[in-house]
Design a protein around this ligand. Sequence first.
Ligand code: ZN
Length: 388
Amino acid sequence: MLKINYIKSLLVILTMLVMVISGIQFYNHRHYKLPIVAGKGVKKVEMLSKYCANLKGTAADTKVFYLEGKEKGGKTLLIANTHSNEPASILSALIFIENCRVEKGTLIIIPQFNNSGSRNTKPGDGYPLFFKILTEWGAKKFRMGNRNAAPLDQWPDPDVYVHYPDRQLLSYLDVRNTNRTWPGRPNGPLMEQVTYAAMELMRQENIDVAIDIHGAETMFPVTNCIVAPDKSMRIATMASLTVKAREGFENHVEPSPMNFRGLSHREIGDFSENTKPFLLEAPLPFLDQPTGPKTEDLLLNGKDPFLLSLAKQKKLFVPYDKSGWPMKKRVGQHCSVIQEIINQFSARNPDKSIILQGVPRYKQVVEEGVGHFYHDPQKTDKKNIYYN
Ligand SMILES: [Zn+2]
């Protein structure tokens, strides 16, 4: 009897120990503040709740960076971390925030669109909590987030998400997925408020081009591509052809489906007068299911023996060899495709052209690495550092 009680007490203590240790790790992840260095091009930083008052004070509110040229022109919005487990998006957005100088027009950037998702994780899949990008001054540490917002921040979780306003039935998880809750409403579930605020930003600021940056599995057909509805198709096609001809990488165009609701590349165009939406996907082997452990190394380098064997059987939708899909290639692609979409828009709309300087293209990011373009927060004036 004494022995059984002893074993029971030991099990209770062990369970509590595991809970305390993992609780501390989750707490540190949720509360880690990422320093974002605002470069010379940033003229002001506001909160997204400016466009939807209900967001104020919630875990979903997030920072918006405004880069403005001396000369008036067109306006572009970049949205990153719609899915916070697709980190090439925020890494690209930070390269623009830290380095871009706008000569003409306006560039608005939301680096952590699903702020709650960036503080959530996927324990069932054993995601790493953080990842680091090496720079010349040390390692820059990022939270590794999840695809969806945390249920801690948006509750209740319905069994089925009834999309607003189409009433299409979507998976219960999609009520926390900011690429299913477009166009949103000001008093809907929290993630609908996030997308509604972004819609209001686009309507109030007269955004011409909206680019939502993502990553996708190598086994998923909609990967390594630009997704565009009819109104953006010509620009997307020209951008895709130009990067292939001039920079040598593939990035095909996928049409935005008419009947699949809630996605940015569908609803932004349908619910705004003048905004042309684009969604960028770069290959992300980390998200494929048949891989080895979900390590930081797999996230950053995309090298996996199981995917290599599947590539030999022609089961992947992207070229894949021993070199994997390193982060610098994915971020380089995003940097080039974003700039090319803006160039193509500007060529067709000279009165609304947007001219950017200081942002690297594909080749330069691949040669110098992603970390080369980040500045040391220790050596930056504190007033130019924003925590998100
Ligand atoms: Zn995504």
